[in-house]
Design a protein around this ligand. Structure first.
Ligand code: XMP
Length: 510
């Protein structure tokens, strides 16, 4: 039986993948496809509904993305969001023009009596981000919502089941936005909502088996959630094809290398090779202060370490990576500005010596990846493990990296983690770690003046790493962490606590 699918046509908006994810959260499978998809191809998917995303351009400009008009003739319900509404209006003969003022942020919106707004209060805040407006609806369409500046804040052609929303229902700032999406997915498209992560896993396993039959695939296993889940899904799909390489780059937390070998090598029986590359990483990073340079170097050395191992084990066709969707967005590959080039996206050299790259988790958000992990039977301590960046402690030492600084940081991080666990906070905090700030200050120990490092404690809660709130660790726990660190770790005489959220800060300091 064909699975119920809502196809999301991507017109380049920043929330494109979020829309698909919202639909998946409703237990309906959803996939993002380019807006250039042909009507024929759409038909092959046999989706129960189509959603058009927002996009940065003007529907009436010659260069802006359009779509195959035959898509509107397929009889499949359509929901256009922002640009997706405007392009619908434009292609179907309505009028789109540049508005006088534009609307940005929270806008009070009046909804009329309509299936799309079933159960939704008559007025509410919606999230807008547009200059262009639909000044005239196409024939057969009527306005179903308005704001002070926009008469056509939403439109509908009930006969053809084509709808448009000028605002973004997928973002949390639109109160009742999810209700509106639900009304489309269930009320209009008639979804039954029987899809779950198990279906995702089954589908991915089939795809991986078809693609990797008779081939060899190499995965860089870091022990973090993403690469662990990636290893588990590959191991389930093609155990004989998979070799995992664990690169010990010397930028790991205390005890981490041993743990990875234990869990994946011994318990899971995955074919695991450990590459000890500590010296070469340190050598290449010597004197490097710029965080982006560090990431590039670490990313490059990772690939090199893989290639060295790959050579040893003979021909390998594919490189697998635990890339997840936020990695792609924040590295700018999703069309938005580069914040940080996460090594598993940005540092990848053009020519990597493999036939291709396998990224089974690239469309998923972190919490979805965890659900996949549980589905695959991974233990909780791996699935719920806090995220750890690919470049590891390398981006938690501000400035240049030395073996001594790594040892200091490792010890402080170990104590911090220990105290967080003892306080029972390890399941409550999404990510927590120490940072060696590279700043030194004066202290006093015994009768001696000291001039040692300042270590920062960081703890944040987040759902998908795109935004984060700083976590309020109780004072007594902070007190224990501080006292233990300065007493037990040489060369540290001051502890500070990072109380910034993301944005404006990022989670890591580099
Ligand atoms: P930021 O610091 O960008 O971090 O707010 C968001 C999440 O991503 C992790 N992170 C990285 N992960 N390679 C990775 O694989 C990287 O270069 C990288 N930089 C940050 C960070 O730990 C947090 O969970």
């Amino acid at each position: 039986m064909k699975k119920e699918t809502v196809l999301v046509l991507d017109f380049g908006g920043q929330y494109n993948q979020l829309i698909a994810r919202r639909v998946r959260d409703m237990k309906v499978y959803s996939e993002l496809v380019p807006c250039t998809i042909s009507a024929e191809r759409v038909k092959e998917y046999a989706p129960i509904g189509l959603i058009f995303t927002g996009g940065p351009l003007s529907a009436f400009s010659e260069t802006s993305p359009k779509l195959d008009p035959a898509i509107f003739e397929l009889g499949i319900p359509v929901l256009g969001i922002c640009y997706g509404m405007q392009v619908t209006a434009y292609v179907l003969g309505g009028n789109v023009e540049s508005g006088k003022t534009g609307e940005y942020g929270r806008v009070e919106t009046e909804y009329s009596d309509h299936l799309l707004f079933d159960g939704v209060a008559k007025t509410g805040v919606s999230w807008m981000s547009h200059t262009d407006i639909v000044s005239r609806c196409p024939a057969g369409f009527k306005s179903i919502a308005k704001t002070a500046n926009t008469v056509n804040a939403a439109f509908a052609n009930d006969e053809k089941r084509i709808y448009g929303l000028q605002f973004h229902p997928e973002v949390v700032h639109t109160a009742q936005g999810l209700d509106i999406m639900r009304n489309f997915v269930f009320g209009v498209c008639g979804a039954s909502g029987d899809w779950d992560m198990k279906s995702f896993v089954d589908d991915q396993i089939n795809i991986l088996r078809a693609k990797l039959k008779g081939k060899k695939v190499l995965l860089g296993l870091s022990g973090g959630v993403d690469s662990s889940v990636c290893a588990a899904i590959l191991h389930k799909a093609v155990p004989e094809a998979l070799t995992c390489v664990f690169v010990d780059h010397g930028l790991l937390r205390k005890g981490e290398a041993e743990e990875v070998q234990n869990v994946f090598g011994k318990q899971f029986g995955i074919n695991l090779i450990t590459a000890n590359a500590q010296d070469i990483f340190l050598k290449k990073l010597r004197g490097v202060k710029n965080p982006e340079h560090k990431r590039k170097i670490i990313g490059k050395q990772f690939i090199k370490a893989f290639e060295r191992e790959a050579k040893k084990i003979g021909a390998v066709n594919f490189l697998a990576q635990g890339t997840i969707y936020p990695d792609i967005v924040e590295s700018g590959a999703g069309g938005s500005a580069v914040i940080k080039s996460h090594h598993n996206v940005g540092g990848l050299p053009d020519r990597i010596g493999f036939e291709g790259v396998i990224e089974p988790l690239r469309d998923l958000f972190k919490d979805e990846v965890r659900r996949v992990g549980f589905e695959l039977g991974l233990p909780e301590h791996i699935v719920m493990r806090q995220p750890f960046p690919g470049p590891g402690l390398g981006i938690r030492i501000i400035g240049n990296i030395t073996r001594e600084k790594l040892d200091i940081l490792r010890e402080t991080d170990y104590i911090y983690r220990d105290e967080i666990a003892k306080a029972g906070l390890d399941k409550e905090i999404w990510q927590y770690f120490t940072v060696l700030t590279n700043m030194r200050s004066v202290g006093v120990m015994g009768d001696h003046r000291t001039y040692d490092y300042t270590v920062a404690l960081r703890a944040v809660n987040s759902i998908d790493a795109m935004s984060a709130d700083w976590f309020k660790i109780p004072y007594d726990v902070l007190d224990k962490c501080s006292a233990r660190i300065v007493n037990e770790v040489k060369k540290v005489n001051r502890i500070v606590y990072d109380i910034t959220s993301k944005p404006p800060a990022t989670i890591e300091w580099e």
